[in-house]
Write a protein that binds this ligand. Structure first.
Ligand code: SAH
Ligand code: SF4
Ligand code: F3S
Length: 492
């Protein structure tokens, strides 16, 4: 979209935000308080980032945000449809919202996100969930202000779903969940069509943002107190290929690295087939890119990988991991695994287990295959019986947990830098910090350290997290033992 078109669309939406403000003022006069809005995220990091954009518009319109759905005057569900259980959660909670609305008739309910891009879902909502006020999809999310104002002026259900879009509207308002870290979309959509996956159908074709828009957004975030960004895309390794002036993801990372004041860079997700040597080299030399790579394997059997349309083999994946670990020895590698893809045998699952043992993933998200209507895999005849799937899943999960534990134990006793993320829910004297490798550590500290970087000794490994203590630099660096540990950490 040209700069001019972008400006016109943005101004259009700003005018609708003004219209919503009139409604909010009237609400305030009638109820003696601002209306409360609850935005609920059901999906991935990209879905969460969309929720921040939706929240930004609501805040500008005068709404107050709340996590308590029962207290809200407007509830917006930002849905996910990657696996069927995501859909079931939405339907279940809609039943609850219906009961709330019976007690509070002015409650407005809206649905958006990936699930709404499915025809069958829309039919079901029109038929069985008639109390919903507004339904929109992933492609017209930038029109939310307009849709909201239409909803506020109407008593009928409004459904507006687009088949696709080539638009990326920049500079709309955003309300971040965290003050110190933020997701940043670098691209939208996906062109890979893995045979089990619905994302390309509900998110459309791959579109990259202009590097200068991304850099400007990150600069503004840093100015606003953000020290860690996560660059988001379904396949970040193919970023920039279709831009008018093509640029590689590795080149983009180098530009992001130059932003002063930014301390940590993460990214999600890397498709193994597109991970370049250039990227490995940029990661190796970087002082800001976290030593963590999420590299979804999905399956270890070549036959299944081929049927999944992943376009790499087990050997190619293993060779890639070897290259990564040689270049960056302290890198943490995490992955996604699917059990029960059509035609998968217990022997195939053994191949996945073999890769888990060889790679020693630092963590792995293990999913049971969920057929998604419209994908090639859902139409395959050789669906695996549930019992076989569960047996394979349990076996894989135990190996995943075992190897992840072994990896985590290696860092016990080390001193590492943590970004303090939040006050511990169970004990407010403790905080939770995130290490560069994405692991969490709990330690005693003042809540005012939230959003700050501190050095922490990882005293005890509890499998998937550590408990530790903060290094008091002024007193403790004088102790040679700890001083040595710290030096070693930097030398390693
Ligand atoms: N773009 C990312 C992943 C997006 S979806 C990538 O390619 O890696 C996140 C994860 O959900 C996938 O990695 C996959 O493991 C899982 N997933 C996707 N479709 C699924 C399905 N139909 N059933 C079970 N798991 C699925
Ligand atoms: Fe889905 Fe594959 Fe695209 Fe990831 S790369 S979003 S798994 S189609
Ligand atoms: Fe994300 Fe779920 Fe959509 S994983 S892209 S929110 S289908």
């Amino acid at each position: 979209m040209s700069k001019k078109e972008n400006k016109i669309e943005r101004e259009r939406q700003e005018a609708y935000i003004e219209k919503c403000r009139d409604y909010v003022s009237a609400f305030q006069s009638a109820h003696g308080r601002a209306p409360q809005a609850s935005v609920v995220t059901f999906g991935c990091q990209m879905n969460a980032r969309d929720s921040e954009k939706l929240s930004g518009i609501l805040v500008q319109a005068g709404y107050e945000l709340t996590d308590a759905e029962e207290a809200a005057d407007f509830v917006l569900y930002n849905t996910c449809t990657v696996r069927d259980n995501a859909n079931q959660r939405v339907y279940g909670r809609l039943g609850y919202l219906n009961s709330l609305k019976k007690k509070k008739p002015h409650l407005k309910i809206a649905l958006c996100g990936c699930m709404m891009q499915e025809q069958s879902v829309i039919e079901k909502i029109r038929k069985s969930y008639r109390f919903v006020d507004l339904v929109f999809g992933t492609h017209n999310i930038f029109r939310f202000a307009e849709l909201l104002s239409r909803m506020l002026a109407s008593n009928d259900m409004i459904v507006d779903i687009w088949e696709e879009t080539d638009k990326i509207v920049e500079n709309l308002p955003v309300k971040r969940k965290y003050s110190y870290k933020s997701g940043v979309n670098i691209m939208f959509g996906c062109n890979n069509f893995c045979s089990y996956c619905i994302v390309p159908y509900v998110r459309g074709r791959e579109r990259s943002r202009e590097p200068k828009d991304i850099l400007r957004e990150i600069e503004a975030l840093v100015e606003d107190g953000v020290s860690e960004v996560m660059l988001l895309g379904q396949n970040v390794n193919s970023y920039g290929k279709n831009l008018e002036n093509p640029i590689s993801f590795a080149q983009l990372l180098q530009e992001v690295e130059k932003i002063e004041g930014l301390r940590r860079i993460r990214f999600m997700t890397s498709h193994p087939k597109d991970l370049s040597d250039e990227l490995i080299d940029v990661m190796r030399r970087s002082t800001k890119i976290c030593r963590h790579l999420h590299l979804p394997l999905q399956a270890g059997s070549d036959r299944i990988l081929e049927a999944m349309n992943r376009r790499y083999t087990k050997e190619q994946y293993l060779a890639l991991v070897k290259k990564l670990k040689t270049a960056i020895p302290d890198i943490a590698i995490t992955t996604d695994l699917i059990v029960g893809f059509p035609g998968e045998t217990p022997e195939d699952v053994e191949e996945t287990i073999d890769v888990v043992r060889k790679v020693q993933f630092d963590n792995a998200f293990t999913f049971i295959y969920s057929p998604r209507t419209g994908t090639p895999a859902a139409a395959m005849e050789n669906q695996v019986p549930e019992k076989t799937v569960h047996e394979g899943f349990d076996k894989l999960l135990s190996v995943v947990q075992e190897t992840a534990k072994e990896r985590a134990a290696l860092l016990q006793g080390k001193v590492m830098e943590a970004l303090v993320e939040e006050v511990n829910e169970q004990d407010p004297a403790f905080v939770t910090g995130r290490l560069g490798n994405n692991m969490l550590v709990h330690f005693k500290a003042d809540r005012r350290l939230v959003g700050k970087f501190v050095m922490v000794v990882l005293d005890t490994c509890h499998g998937f997290y550590y408990t530790g203590r903060m290094v008091d630099w002024l007193s403790e660096t004088r102790h040679t033992r700890l001083g040595k540990m710290v030096d070693n950490q930097w030398l390693n």
